[in-house]
Design a protein around this ligand. Sequence first.
Ligand code: GLU
Length: 282
Amino acid sequence: MAWHQAMQDCAPLVTRFAPSPNGRLHLGHALSAIVAHDLARASGGRFLLRIEDIDGPRSRSELADEFRRDLEWLWLEWDEVSAQSTRLASYAAAAEALRARGLIYPCACTRKEIEAAGAKMGSDGLIYPGTCKRTPPDPARPAAWRLDADEALATTGPLLWDDDLAGPTAAHLSDLGDVVLVRKDLPASYHLAVTLDDAADGVTLVTRGSDLFAASHVHRTLQALLGLPVPRWHHHALLIDVSGQKLAKRRGSPALAERRLAGEDGRMLADQLRLQHLQLGT
Ligand code: GLU
């Protein structure tokens, strides 16, 4: 389904923008926020802001305030704001349910050990080679908990998910493998937290950049395992810089806050991004 068709969807949509306060927002974030905002508003629905602040040591609370000012500057109004750090108990409960059903297993491997085990590269980093699934780790070592992809598939059977741009897509885990659902240092990983939050917030259209497309295979699987409602997805094309690379803060894309504080017109910038996005065709 094309962008303009999605906008004509008659049911009011609930969308969200879910930034992590471990770095400043840049243009790519602004586009994601605009896409989520505009799709919700065009349908008469709701646009939510969720601060993904569970990454304790890397999360900086002052950035959450900065994000709000950035969105206001872009003339994007949200209906509700929530923070992941208030939801840790729900992540722990879901992890416990998966553990009780044998769908996750402990893994004490370090990144070095995973590399040394000859792990293959998937679309989002190394595919875990299953070391701790074959031989459970020493309980004295700190462990993360990984989804047992084979067990998950056997439980759910074939699943489909629907992306506005890619259309109906068969869920598969072969590209991501046994992803971490509970981190060594946190009660959830991105995958578990975002899936539970989108369900808890009643999000009906998950919008985000196409760099996160592969993650939706995992999220669709978790929805089936945990009996959660299934939204639709909209993975939008990414903005690229003059050298043809994805815009990212590490490549020096200017932070929105810097542009805001320099007196640039945020509303005009948002409109330019809308135009650029239309030209990308998504
Ligand atoms: N916190 C994630 C990020 O900033 C959110 C991704 C998503 O929208 O699911 O990339």
